[in-house]
Design a binder for this molecule. Structure first.
Ligand code: GLU
Length: 284
């Protein structure tokens, strides 16, 4: 099967050195394997996504010397596709409506206990306040959550995926108890945004026939959610590679606010795309 990977930035701010690393890294892997590198615009969050940032993403990536097949996939145009997946999960009885806000969740969460994580890949682990509600009781403005207990019961086979490295690969097996305790009932539809990232990314990777997801280690923990959803939706699981993150001088991960590391600022300061590539890929 042809190697296909993708770069999926959110158009909510400038691309910085960390994005450049991720894009170039995936592109290099695709090139080495005679495969394809696709671009997807993760513009689900319509309050923060802006078309001008999308244009700047295109400009920055072109400046880095990257090209990608057209048309580009935009998440904002796939609302119906995500709804079809939500409907399938609803028919299987795996989702429930939730009206809790952050403050409700923080208040209802049990006092921290030793050895029991408070936070999962999606923030504070949901204490289950609305888990008893059924979909027929959904009210406008409710979010929809995956019932992880029911989900792990519904899974036909052990949840595993392959994490591939530069030297070797390993197969990771996810345990039902860990998914319940350490991930919990994640949101699949947000009240203000429609489909949530975890649902959209699974549908998009499948629609774009992605064989190998290459992305930063900050999304490592989220992968278990994606693999569970793929199995529930009968979607093939791609291989995953989570690369290391580019950090600033103080060791902090670069954020969209790190303007000094924005590609456009570096370009204005006279750096060439070649300088940046050499800096990113030179041995530490
Ligand atoms: N849109 C996500 C981000 O900018 C990346 C999602 C992914 O690669 O799965 O962090």
């Amino acid at each position: 099967m042809t190697f296909r990977t993708r770069f999926a930035p959110s158009p909510t701010g400038p691309l910085h050195l960390g994005h450049a690393y991720s894009a170039l890294y995936g592109h290099r892997l695709a090139e080495a394997k005679n495969g394809l590198w696709l671009l997807r615009i993760d513009d689900l969050d319509h309050s923060r996504s802006k078309p001008e940032w999308t244009q700047k993403i295109f400009d920055d990536l072109h400046w880095l010397g990257l090209a990608w097949p057209k048309p580009v996939r935009f998440q904002s145009q796939e609302t119906d596709t995500y709804q079809t997946a939500l409907d399938a999960l609803a028919r299987a009885g795996l989702i429930y409506p939730c009206c809790c806000n952050r403050a409700d969740i923080a208040q209802a969460a049990a006092a921290p206990q030793e050895g029991v994580p408070e936070f999962g890949p999606d923030g504070r682990i949901y204490p289950g306040t609305c888990r008893h509600r059924c979909l027929s009781q959904a009210r406008p403005g409710d979010a929809l959550r995956l019932d992880m207990r029911k989900a792990v019961k519904a899974l036909q086979k052990p949840v595993t995926y392959e994490e591939f490295g530069e030297q070797h690969s390993k197969r990771i097996t996810l345990k039902a108890e860990a998914l319940i305790a350490q991930v919990g009932d994640v949101v699949l539809r947000r009240k203000d945004q429609g489909a949530a990232y975890h649902l959209a990314v699974v549908i998009d990777d499948d629609a774009q026939n992605i064989t190998d997801v290459v992305r930063g280690a900050d999304l490592n923990a989220a992968t278990q959610i994606h693999v569970v959803l793929q199995q529930l939706l009968n979607i093939p699981t791609p291989r995953y590679h989570h690369h290391s993150l580019i950090r600033d001088e103080t060791g902090k991960r670069l954020a969209k606010r790190s303007d000094s590391k924005a590609l456009s600022s570096l370009r204005k300061a006279g750096h060439s795309a070649q300088d940046i590539t050499e800096h990113l890929f030179s041995a530490p």
